[in-house]
Design a protein around this ligand. Structure first.
Ligand SMILES: *[C@@H]1O[C@H](CO)[C@@H](O)[C@H](O)[C@H]1NC(C)=O
Ligand SMILES: *[C@@H]1O[C@H](CO)[C@@H](O)[C@H](O)[C@H]1NC(C)=O
Ligand SMILES: *[C@@H]1O[C@H](CO)[C@@H](O)[C@H](O)[C@H]1NC(C)=O
Ligand SMILES: *[C@@H]1O[C@H](CO)[C@@H](O)[C@H](O)[C@H]1NC(C)=O
Length: 608
């Protein structure tokens, strides 16, 4: 028994949710052969932050109540059993002392002792359910091997059913809930602090500081799942509060609800600072390092430093999103700190602080160690957020056999597969998969190309300027991810094709106009314009995944990159193509994503 912690709640709920099978109590239909895990009546989930989908604090639901496991006597053998309960083949490690943040509620198991071969955690020895003298500071976690048990049924592995999107700071964002394996938003009608506090607590944060209405954290896309949620504040989940089922007519995404949760002080922002910038929102990044000897400040090597790393630095500083991650900072005054103390930093973009990102150890490897080549950031309270209208891709996809004599301009712009070069021009044709792309900016800042107009490239053939080298990737992939065809990579001309009612257009390509996409507007590339296709002439019949990724190199800052990819199942029989299940990368539950990747092209609902 260790001292009771002052904080009984955890600040780590940001991305609690991953393996959700159902939020409404009933397990969703599972696919494939079922392997029944042994623990009938128990449910398992991985929780906490920061973590990967296969690691985290282990939580068990028993008699409707979620709880944790104390680390006393915990071993790798127990971790093996728990990882199998969670649908993974085995454990590669385990953690103690609430490595992923302390949980809340019951501590279900203490002095858990397993041999490692048990089918179920119920076969392991322990002090008995709920019998523990630990605090949540001793919560155990597991690191499972990133390999799923074959045919494992997820019906007893569940996760929290709420997430926050689009917030500039940890513990804030647009509220999204999971229903029928799809994420959707909450309408702000009757939205108040009680409901917001239920969300914050469900995510492990404690109470809410603010209940936000009117899409203050940006608009979602797709479903709206709940409206008129009325909570007393004591409920364990938003779904337990009385609410209305709504339809698209009842509410719009301009009414999406959001929250700001109270966060305990972690001191992370004191371990990093900016120097040399023109304002407090920009500068060279200085980090504090301890280790042997006294604490000291140092710089970060600029090699490979990019938008994702800058996002984490800005978040850690409490300065919101990153506008830019800079590899060269010579134009900023150099302070008296010149030593490079961190190199090889690689973040996924969701970390709360730089020390959670991968980086080289104490041995610094940096190509250019001068102060002017060290990492810098420009932070911003707002950012754009691009999303592709996935339903439109599905509705508009078709095959065209286009004669080569109509493709000279396209060939010049590199819009055909390489085998087109050896074709017998102008005779014959190319087989093209065509579809419309409608790209919305649902963020809180306009999307602007990184390059200034002086460096835009004039494309004679199509008669407009290209402002970004690579704005989208269009690819056809096999189910195992091998690329078999790709669309053109050159940039488009970015403009506001249309806007929501109350928003006016600002960007227009014609006449060397300013390029960009205004918040609340979209840029449409119709299926019938040149290069808006994937050349599939060389693709053999089979099942594939059609993937579109916007801003793939994170060249321009966005508040959220997890929604930049769109995927569809795609079945090609050599003559026709069926495109279905089109969805944005973060729209499905993990379980539905696995189903999507396991069974590409099994059902078909669109014939082209
Ligand atoms: C539980 O584990 C702790 C830590 O190993 C040990 O000190 C304690 O004696 C154990 N209690 C029981 C009842 O086995
Ligand atoms: C909302 O929809 C669910 C599922 O379709 C249904 O079970 C429930 O009764 C509905 N609730 C209301 C208030 O209409
Ligand atoms: C470096 O600059 C800081 C702040 O300007 C100052 O407090 C400190 O004494 C300086 N250190 C050295 C070694 O000059
Ligand atoms: C992926 O699929 C392609 C074609 O279907 C095949 O040639 C390749 O060997 C596969 N790779 C793996 C790692 O399974």
């Amino acid at each position: 028994m260790r001292p009771v912690s002052v904080w009984q709640w955890s600040p780590w709920g940001l991305l609690l949710c991953l393996l959700c099978s159902s939020c409404l109590g009933s397990p969703s239909p599972s696919t494939g052969p079922e392997k029944k895990a042994g623990s009938q009546g128990l449910r398992f989930r991985l929780a906490g932050f920061p973590r990967k989908p296969y690691e985290g604090r282990v939580e068990i639901q028993r008699a409707g109540e979620w709880g944790t496991i104390c680390d006393d006597d915990f071993t790798l053998q127990a971790a093996h059993v728990l990882c199998r309960e969670l649908g993974f083949t085995e454990a590669t490690g385990w953690t103690h002392s609430a490595k992923y943040g302390p949980g809340t509620g019951r501590i279900w198991l203490d002095n858990l002792s397993c041999s490692g071969t048990e089918q179920s955690v119920t076969e392991c020895a322990s002090r008995g359910w709920g019998n523990s003298d630990c605090t949540h500071d001793e919560d155990a976690g597991v690191i499972c091997k990133d390999q799923r048990l074959p045919g494992f049924s997820d019906s007893n592995v569940i996760e929290a059913c709420v997430r926050l999107k689009g917030g500039a700071h940890p513990g804030e964002g647009r509220v999204e809930v999971l229903k029928a394996s799809t994420w959707g938003t909450v309408c702000d009608r009757k939205w108040d602090l009680h409901a917001a506090s239920v969300v914050c607590r469900e995510l492990g944060f404690g109470s809410a500081r603010e209940a936000l209405s009117g899409a203050r954290m940006g608009q979602g896309m797709g479903a709206i799942h709940l409206s008129e949620v009325r909570c007393s504040g004591q409920e364990l989940s938003l779904w337990k509060c009385p609410h209305k089922n709504i339809t698209a007519e009842d509410c719009s995404h301009s009414q999406d609800a959001g929250v700001r949760c109270n966060l305990p002080y972690t001191g992370a922002e004191t371990r990093i600072r900016l120097s040399g910038g023109r304002s407090q929102h920009e500068g060279r990044v200085e980090v504090q390092i301890g280790g042997p000897g006294p604490l000291r400040w140092g710089l970060i090597c600029g090699d490979d430093w990019g938008t994702l790393e800058a996002m984490v630095a800005c978040r850690q500083l409490g300065l919101g999103y990153a506008n830019h991650g800079l590899q060269e900072t010579w134009y900023w005054d150099s302070g008296n700190i010149t030593e490079v103390v961190m190199s090889g930093v690689r973040c996924t973009g969701t970390e709360l602080s730089l020390d959670q990102c991968a980086h080289h150890g104490t041995h610094i490897t940096c190509k250019r160690t001068e102060t002017r080549f060290t990492a810098g950031v420009i932070c911003s309270e707002t950012a754009s957020d691009l999303l592709l209208h996935s339903a439109l891709v599905q509705e508009t996809a078709y095959i065209e056999d286009r004669p080569l004599h109509m493709l000279y301009c396209a060939a010049e712009e590199n819009c055909l597969a390489s085998s087109a070069r050896s074709a017998n021009w102008p005779y014959g044709h190319r087989r093209l998969l065509r579809f419309s792309s409608q790209i919305h900016n649902l963020g809180r800042a306009d999307f602007r190309p990184k390059a200034g107009r002086h460096s835009w490239v004039w494309h004679e053939c199509h008669g407009h300027y290209h402002s970004m080298d690579i704005f989208t990737h269009y690819d056809i992939l096999t189910p195992n991810g091998t690329k078999v065809a790709e669309g053109h990579k050159a940039s488009f001309c970015l403009e506001d094709t249309e806007c929501q009612e109350d928003v006016s257009k600002r960007y227009e390509c014609a006449n060397f106009g300013e390029q960009g996409i205004t918040v609340g507007c979209w840029d449409l590339y119709r299926h019938d314009i040149d290069c808006q296709w994937i050349d599939i002439t060389d693709v053999k019949p089979g099942n594939y995944i059609l993937q579109v990724v916007i801003n793939p190199n994170f060249e321009v800052a966005e508040s959220d990159f997890t929604n930049n990819a769109m995927k569809c199942n795609c079945k090609y029989d050599g003559h026709r193509i069926w495109v279905h299940n089109c969805h944005i990368g973060d729209a499905f539950s993990e379980e539905a994503n696995r189903r999507f990747e396991r069974y590409p092209g099994q059902t078909s609902n669109q014939i082209i």
